[in-house]
Design a protein around this ligand. Structure first.
Ligand code: ATP
Ligand code: MG
Length: 281
């Protein structure tokens, strides 16, 4: 039976604010809860691809998908594929550096192609096959980022408790409104994730409170209750090409991602699968 697929774009046009880390760990946590999850890496710096220790040049990926050169399904990497160490239930369409040339490549394909629309067709082909599809975007308004705003069902904002990252949230909110008016009226703001929070400092606390109070819809805060603490285990696990669920399954931050995934599941109204298809751990 086809699955009801939710496409979640993860963004903030500030760089280095936890988008990729949150995408990878939320996806992994949802897999632990029994969901089938795909990450599409749409950043030419291919952070999500690197996070899983995958050599980007070794595979075709989002570049070919956006150009329509390969059917989207054939680009999906999964557990058991050669030279890939993805956990079971977690799938990836990798990115590579050549994404920086996507605009030229699209322009030479057809004069009439509208670059902002290039994700819709591939996503339609992937819908029904996953419970959640995450789009990990670049920290600037590249064509794949714009296409994500125009094709996603939900937008998840990432920020760290730093004034610039929080200022970036306002820009992202304006962009979401713009995308709703210009072709994606269905787009919803799923919420704001704060990560890299040093819970001991007063500045982090006051910025967390600020986000809690400033980003609200009809009196309900858009900030997820669970915040992700700052810890050196994150860069360590990234270097190892794994997620915390593999390298530090009982770490405090790993548990925070589990709690965040549960909140996300509730906000999306996702049903817990009747039969968990993936064993825990
Ligand atoms: N909770 C955390 N604790 C400590 N460091 C973190 C945490 N989350 C992310 N980082 C670190 O912060 C940096 C930026 O994280 P990440 O790559 O996820 O951000 P990004 O928004 O995807 O960046 P970019 O805009 O470059 O794609 C990385 O070096 C990562 O290791
Ligand atoms: Mg990133």
């Amino acid at each position: 039976m086809d699955r009801q697929t939710t496409v979640i774009a993860v963004g903030n046009q500030k760089g280095g604010v936890g988008k990729t880390t949150n995408t990878v760990h939320l996806a992994r946590a949802l897999v632990e809860r029994g969901h089938r999850v795909l990450i599409i890496d749409l950043d030419m710096n291919h952070g999500a691809t690197r996070h899983f220790g995958i050599v980007p040049e070794a595979f075709l990926g989002s570049y070919e998908m956006l150009l329509g050169e390969e059917p989207a399904e054939s680009l999906v990497l999964g557990h058991g594929d050669e030279d890939v160490s993805l956990p079971e239930g977690l799938f990836l369409i990798p990115a590579a550096r050549k994404l920086e040339g996507i605009d030229q490549a699209l322009a030479s394909k057809s004069k009439f192609l509208s670059p902002g629309e290039v994700l819709k067709e591939p996503l339609n082909a992937l819908r029904g096959k996953f419970d959640v599809i995450f789009l990990d975007t670049a920290p600037n308004a590249t064509t794949p980022t714009i296409a994500s705003y125009l094709a996603a069902d939900q937008f998840l904002l990432s920020a760290m408790p730093d004034p610039f990252a929080i200022a970036g949230l306002n820009d992202a909110l304006a962009d979401i409104g713009d995308a709703q008016r210009r072709g994606n009226p269905q787009l919803r703001l799923l919420g704001v994730v704060l990560s890299g929070v040093d819970k001991r400092t007063a500045l982090a606390q006051s910025l967390t409170d600020f986000v809690e109070q400033s980003f609200a819809l009809e009196g309900v805060s858009l900030k997820f209750r669970t915040t992700i603490g700052r810890s050196t285990v994150i860069p360590q696990t990234q270097k190892a090409g794994r997620t915390l669920f593999e390298t530090h399954p009982d770490h405090k931050v790993t548990h925070e991602y589990r709690a965040l995934a549960e909140e996300l599941e509730q906000r999306l109204g996702l049903h817990e699968p009747v039969l968990a298809e993936v064993a825990h751990g």
